[in-house]
Design a protein. Structure first.
Length: 331
């Protein structure tokens, strides 16, 4: 598991083996995001200094490889593609830009695509599961979600749809594995058909929305969650949990209302099963690879780990901050 810290220029590691590590990135301003690639060997960081940095991670050591230069404003988020499509990295910024970078040779990166046509800050980037193809979803403060699909011709095809009034803060793809796939009575999807593409988004209207791609009509709204028990302030992040073929879908959202909510879908019905309350605004949520542990990053610069118990309640496994990391490094 990997988490990041945004009030200075350090990044923070924490994994289930209880190894914790913090290291100096030498960014010259706040870090807003940090993401490991599919194999956990490369780390990309995004900062207000307009840079994206790439590091090689091996055990408890790190090596700075390259600075990716080009953004004209703070970089909010980065996202790695599946290695099936090569080493691709997307980044988005306050300066209304989306870039897709590619490693063309060892430690040599080039910008293979850019879009500067946005009219507002671009807040979120997320590559789809590889089962869907090489597709990037982008959330923008203008209220639209943009979808970039890589074509055999080598071009990126763009489509967009209106998602949230006031702006989109986060996007997250549904898993590539169909829910319920491991059940013996589940009707299998035909092998020659494409998997169903679904996308979750959260925005400044305090709402979580689910979108589905229709062959005939493009991206259509599948569900706007009932806000009677939903968030009362901006949704800052959305994370769709890996399904691993289980019969339910699970989404975590976090908000400036100081809560994290767990939404579950079963038999086509969504409901909030858990609300976690905090003393500070919550900026980020992230599921473990197995989908059974949720990491929550808060405004007090702490990260906590939560796991669902047998009775369905989420319990706090641990909490980490930079000071704790330094102590563990010394030990």
């Amino acid at each position: 598991l990997f988490f990041y810290k945004s009030d200075d220029q350090k990044v923070l590691f924490f994994n289930m083996a209880a190894m914790t590590m913090a290291f100096e990135t030498h960014h010259e301003d706040m870090i807003h995001d940090a993401q490991l690639d599919y194999y956990g060997k490369y780390l990309a960081t995004a900062s207000s200094d307009c840079l994206v940095k790439v590091f090689h991670i091996q055990g408890d050591t790190h090596t700075h490889l390259v600075d990716l230069v080009g953004h004209d404003g703070p970089v909010w988020q980065v996202a790695w593609s599946h290695p099936k499509f090569g080493k691709l990295l997307a980044s988005c910024s306050y300066a209304k830009q989306v870039f897709i970078w590619k490693e063309v040779a060892e430690n040599q990166w080039s910008k293979c695509y850019e879009d500067r046509s946005f009219e507002a800050s671009v807040n979120s980037v997320c590559f789809a599961p590889h089962e869907f193809g090489c597709i990037l979803a982008v959330g923008c403060a203008d209220g639209f979600v943009s979808i970039y699909t890589y074509q055999d011709s080598g071009n990126w095809e763009k489509s967009r749809f209106s998602a949230h009034s006031g702006g989109v803060n986060a996007v997250s793809w549904c898993p590539g594995v169909q829910s319920g796939a491991i059940l013996p009575n589940q009707q299998a999807q035909p092998s020659d058909s494409e998997p169903i593409k679904r996308l979750a988004s959260g925005g400044c209207d305090n709402q979580l929305r689910i979108w589905r791609l229709s062959v005939l009509n493009g991206w259509q709204e599948e569900k706007t969650m009932d806000n009677s028990n939903g968030h009362t302030d901006w949704i800052r992040d959305v994370a769709w949990a890996p399904s691993l073929g289980l019969p339910t879908n699970t989404i975590a959202t976090c908000s400036e209302d100081k809560t994290v909510k767990i939404w579950m879908e079963e038999n086509g019905l969504w409901k909030i099963t858990t609300t976690l309350n905090f003393d500070h605004k919550v900026w980020s949520v992230s599921w473990s690879v197995m989908g059974n542990i949720l990491a929550v990053s808060r405004g007090d610069n702490k990260v906590s780990l939560w796991k669902e118990s047998i009775d369905g309640k989420f319990v706090n496994l641990s909490e980490i901050d930079e000071q704790t990391a330094k102590q563990k490094n010394v030990e």
